[in-house]
Design a protein around this ligand. Sequence first.
Ligand code: HEM
Length: 466
Amino acid sequence: IKPKRFPPGPVWYPFIGSSGILQKLSKQLGSEFKACLELSRQYSTNVLGLKTSSELLIVVFGVKNVRQVFNNSEFDSRPHNFFSRLRCLGLTNRGITFANGEIWKEHRQFTVKNLKHVGYGKTRMEMEIQNELSKTVEFIKKNNSQSINLVNLLSESVMNVLWTYVAGEPIKEDKLKYLLDLFRKRGKAFSVGGGLLNQIPWSRFVIPEMSGYTLITKINQEISQIIEEAIEKHKTKQVEGKDFIYLFLEEMNTTKSPTFTEEQLKIVCLDLLIAGSHTTSNLLGFAFLKALKSPDIQEKIYNEINSLIGDRMPCWNDSNRLIYTSAFIQEVHRYYTIVPMAGPRLLQRDTCIDGYLVPEGSTILISLADICHDPELWGDPHVFRPERFIDERGMLKNSDHMYPFGLGRRRCPGDSLAKSFIFITLVGILQKYRIQCSNGTLPSDVPSIGILSSPKPYTAEFTLRK
Ligand code: HEM
């Protein structure tokens, strides 16, 4: 029986609640996000109420409700449900993304402290990004007689930067490709709320492949092995320099905090790799796709780069001067919304959202993509127009309605790394090459939506500018 003043939504059936309806609609529309959006329209509500086999699931829409969830502390926790346990290698309350309370605060702080200088000034991370850029440009130079799959190339590049930060050295190429492929499949198979597997956990016994269970178990095994090997190498000092694993192991030996354990280290590494890799490369994938589909926009970006930085290696500081390029990146964030739904969050006490009563213990998802396409906020949301982020004085204009990295205490701790990587890589490639579509066929920019919004695979041709 639905609680009193529970948000509107489809009927609940015994055992599976409204999961059947949600799954059917997700299949029809291509993603759980679109299904939730459609249901919110059908029930004319900005707070959608659903039930899975085991939890109450609420999806909030609209600036007011989304801000309430981001800003109020009763929404700060993550659920410890079937999916989050699987995601954290079978453990509860570990890592950062799915940790709560003291362990979350302590380890988020420790990681942010060590990521802090990324993106500002000439840091080691900036050098790492530039180093990766040189490798990418070299690859394009060697292969520019043929079409190149940019999304794959960029995701390898992001992963190399992340792994070098975590483990001090690049990951082996075959392992890198294999891991990225598994991550890509994972992003497609699940939604931010965990999808079918979380809604009906026993589905793993009946349809282990289709529910994503086989895939996620395989990812857990592979990634555990890769991270464990890296930790062992650090313990025997086989890796040079200072990286995240060394800093963590040092903290383990010096601190009295019992939360600094090898298990925790493994899951923090996993969190950084999962949260940082395809988010960043998908954004870039869409950015290059848009540049390819709109030669006039590509020319404007190139002219700005050419007149303000010329042939020099780009750095993060240039983003203050390359206004059109920065506005273009903002517009890519808006138009394609890489994280269509943020969360999941666990509500810590009975709370009123938009006049409805949401019970303590409900899982909350935060819809971001529809805000980015709300005609009342943007006027012409379906037009791709970087100029909307430039003010009358020609300066970059921030919008209050963009939350690509979230907001509040769970805001993305990797945002400065992501921003630097995206800016430096985009500028560094467009500075040297004109990108065109392969064989005269324009690829589609309709995204595939799972946990993230991803560009469909496409190839591009590169022509050297000078
Ligand atoms: C374009 C790239 C990226 C986008 C769009 C993005 C977006 C987000 C968003 C929206 C959240 C908040 C989720 C919530 O409110 O519940 C988040 C959290 C997070 N992100 Fe990112 N992210 C990006 C890149 C990165 C990178 C490069 C890293 C790591 C170096 C990273 C690590 C994390 C972690 C660990 C969390 C969880 C924080 C917590 O729960 O306290 N992200 N990200």
